[in-house]
Ligand binder design. Sequence first.
Ligand SMILES: Cc1ncc(C[n+]2csc(CCOP(=O)(O)OP(=O)(O)O)c2C)c(N)n1
Length: 570
Amino acid sequence: MILQPLLDIAELCVRRGIIHAVIAPGSRSAALTLAFARHPSIQTKVIPDERVAAYVALGMAQQLGKPVVLICTSGTAALNFAPAVAEASFLGVPLIVLTADRPREWIHQQDGQMIHQDSVYGKHVKEAATLPADYSHADSLWFIERTMNQLITQAEEHPQGPVHLNVPIREPFYPKPQEVFAYGSPKVILRSSGKSQLPLSVWEELLEHLESTDRVIILAGQQVISDQLLITLKQIKEELGIPVVGEILSNLHGNFITHPDIFLASTDAELLEDLQPELVISFGDAYVSKNLKLFLRKYKPRYHYHITARRELIDPFQTLTHQLNLEADSFFQELLETLDWRSFKNGDDEPETAYLTQWENAERKSLQLIRSYFQSMQTFTEFKAIDEVMSVLPEHSQLHLANSMSVRYANFVGTQKRIQVFSNRGTSGIDGCLSTAVGAALTTDQLVFVLIGDVAFFYDRNALWHPHVPANLRIVLINNSGGSIFRMIEGPRQQPELETFFETRHQTSARNTARDAGLDYWHVDSYEELEKSLPVFLLDDSKAKLLEISSDAQVNQNYFDQFRSLMKGI
Ligand SMILES: Cc1ncc(C[n+]2csc(CCOP(=O)(O)OP(=O)(O)O)c2C)c(N)n1
């Protein structure tokens, strides 16, 4: 039966500029599926594995900066969206999750595909609502329209995030041939808010703190950064002598300090004291570097301002003194203009750069260290193989870094190129790294590279099991036959259970997966083979590709240990 209000949900999404939907098949959700599938302005992708579908939607929404709709049937289908919903929540990605449900009087009545779906995602959605199972009363229609407008607004407002609409549907599920299938005219209700302004006293206090010390750093967490903000940060560095520090996931693209994970591993207390800030201004999301966290927790700044739209106080270094609910672009622009004007007024032409020089020296030493480490390495290791791959990535491509060692190795190597780098660091799960990259590749024309370990890859193999695998996807599979991170970190590596209980060693190759999914495939285990395959792997042609790089876990461990002791001596 056609449920007009559900057709109108699709129409409302279009009216609010939401035109992408990822659908996992099911019968109870048929009304939702048809509403979105038949709408001429909506682009749909059908993905049977709900966990994959949700991560693909996450990858798409992250690219678009707009919500993507996710649809599934009732029961455990809805639970399988949960990992990606949690990631979207912590990463700040907008998703509109529509789950079909049985009407609530059927719970515990031994009917199939029925679980507790009300608020099934808990605190991982910005808002959740369940519709009444009645689609005819005028008040129901008013509620549905208003609620859907509210959910879209919630998903889009910063910090963006997922929202959930649970939709109880009674049989019959499918329209009869003679039924009229026509979209209505749902009302768009917009909620708007003005630009938030910092109270003058807070602004004055910040300026006072800034002007009382030369030891200020700007710290950039994970984010997609705007070109305008990059220009502003460069000016802040050059005109005010303030170091701008980040990681590969901060997307600073050269010119800044991006290897703190190397030089902050140093055991030289004098160096670390020299780098200790008085004032930190941070923005963006999570950091990969443990060394950065340990450094700031030990060498604490006196003041720490964090710029974010989030309501929770965010204090990963246990140093937070102020959190400002502002947009980073305009905040740093205003900061630059104000400080420039004040130093001009005071006749300070040249900025004090001694502190900046200390950070830049540490950065330079880190780059020298990693270059000479790779130059002297003849043996085949995954770390150097990753360096070689990263050195040939084309400008204006994307790099998705899977959790585990991939994101860590890549953070050590870094990049100076204009490559957008992404990673599921909201919750750091290994379960949807490939699917997220597939979603991104479906949404951009750029080449999308994903650097991924074998456990994360095989775990998420269904990312390639649907008809939408895009030609611009390039998978670099770092196969060391297990979860090697466990032999890199203190704790598991010392246990006799390492291989069986932590690494989960295996002998699986991706050859058959590549064949099943119709990907071009190469397997390499030497630098010669890697160099030979890279030019073809990089070709921007009509087929997705998988490059499997095999290496020995013990050898990788030995060389990584060597790198670690080099870092300590920096
Ligand atoms: C969903 C989920 N389950 C378990 C973990 C814990 N975990 C972190 S890394 C890892 C192993 C990853 O192995 P692999 O992808 O081969 O990468 P490598 O360690 O070899 O770099 C595991 C199981 C996790 N992060 N996410």
